[in-house]
Design a protein around this ligand. Sequence first.
Ligand code: XMP
Length: 509
Amino acid sequence: MIAVVDYGSQFAHLIARRIRSLGVYAEIFQNTTKAAELKNRKVEGIILSGGPRSVYENNAPTIDKGILNLGVPVLGVCYGHQLLAHVLGGKVVPSSKEYGKEILVTAGKTRLLQSLGKKEQVWMSHGDSVVTLPQGFIVAGKTQGCKIASYANDARRIYGLQFHPEVQHTVHGMKMLENFLNICGCRRNYTIKGIDRKLVAEIKAKVGDGAVIMGVSGGVDSLVASALIKKATPNIYCVFVDHGIIRKGEAEYVKKLYEKLGFRHYYYADASQIFYKRLKGVTDPEEKRRIIGRTFIEVFEAKVKELKAKHGNIKFLGQGTIYPDRIESAKASKAAAVIKTHHNVGGLPEKMKLKLVEPLKDLYKDEVRELGMMIGLPREALMRHPFPGPGLAVRIVGEITAERIGIVQEADLIFTEELRKSGQYDKVWQAFAALLPVKAVGVMGDSRSYGYIIALRAVTSVDGMTADWAKIPNDVLERAASRIVKNVRGVTRVLYDITQKPPATIEYE
Ligand code: XMP
């Protein structure tokens, strides 16, 4: 097992996913973890992630030095690279920033960079640099702006990479991670093959003849979790809460999907009027999210109470929590935080004396999709784009009104149709239409008209933490735009969003 120690990087989870995809189990550990715990867990290698701090600052996160005496290989990435150098007696100073693609010129001989070229494209993001190495270490690579972009001590099996081997822009980053796994002597036998049987058996053992209640959204995680639970027990009660700010046709789609999959107890709770009433006049994005989160829990709780009164054997609450939802990053993103509150449904399990069933809690999204395929769920349902809990509310800037919801729904449907028809849908992480509440002029027939601006957004990403705008072919964008202005009343203009995350976010609010 590889321990990925999290120093607050958005990429800590990405490192763990990459290691798993190389066939070795990886878990995230907090940066306060002690050597004894890693030893107990029989960790075979340790990777220190990047992070936003500077190692020379007061109270900067550090490492239990005992970890470096475990005799287990250690690889520091970015902040981890600086931290190792710092604690072992080297020197780290503020330097000119390097951000983006750089060429690494490899130097010195080390197992970490074995079989790599003399020049390698790598991806950098740092404002501090290691300028003096601890004793016994050699420089393994440099870039134009960074004299010690990688260092190594093969005898102690301690290494540093200033750049990020886990991101795609580091072209041979996987080879570097693979070399590290070889240095650790890890057996490459981690796979999720057969995990469905194991998970179903675990659920069976846990729930016995009790029943499980579960909120479902039509999203991948709740779908796979509910399908697994159904394999373990026929007593699963699915509840779909419709807050009225969802995609057009979504409620029908989810109902049909669950019917087709043979779920016998499926409940639809139409709560749209309560949500609309509470959101009336609200324009502050965080306030909107809070209202939606709170109301969602309230409605769900009422439904649970009602069903529990009818079916006394409901003793469990099923949830589609996945690994990144559970393991809070040292610097949790806005999305992670909100997703978490959604998942925890506000202390509901304790209040209602329900025990949690979370079969996906140790898996990453790609593993969840693979598991979904394994148990025969429709590919189309598993490949759906992520959809945020607060729904279209985060895609309507300003006040939410019935008119604006209708406009976004129509525009979104057209954009999605065009993406599907052109084969672009599966190539992007997420795509949608958003409404900007300013009016721009257009010409309809002979007269000038004023209407809203629709922004189309399509992004590529591996986990939603960082994203690039998708290079959708112009003709696809053109068809979507002209269909939207022609068919969606109240829209006079369509823009395509070409901002990256960071600095922008994927959603609009
Ligand atoms: P941002 O907009 O923060 O989004 O770049 C990153 C990813 O998270 C999703 N997202 C959310 N998901 N509740 C959710 O369940 C939320 O409040 C929320 N906000 C953003 C977003 O769709 C994207 O995939």
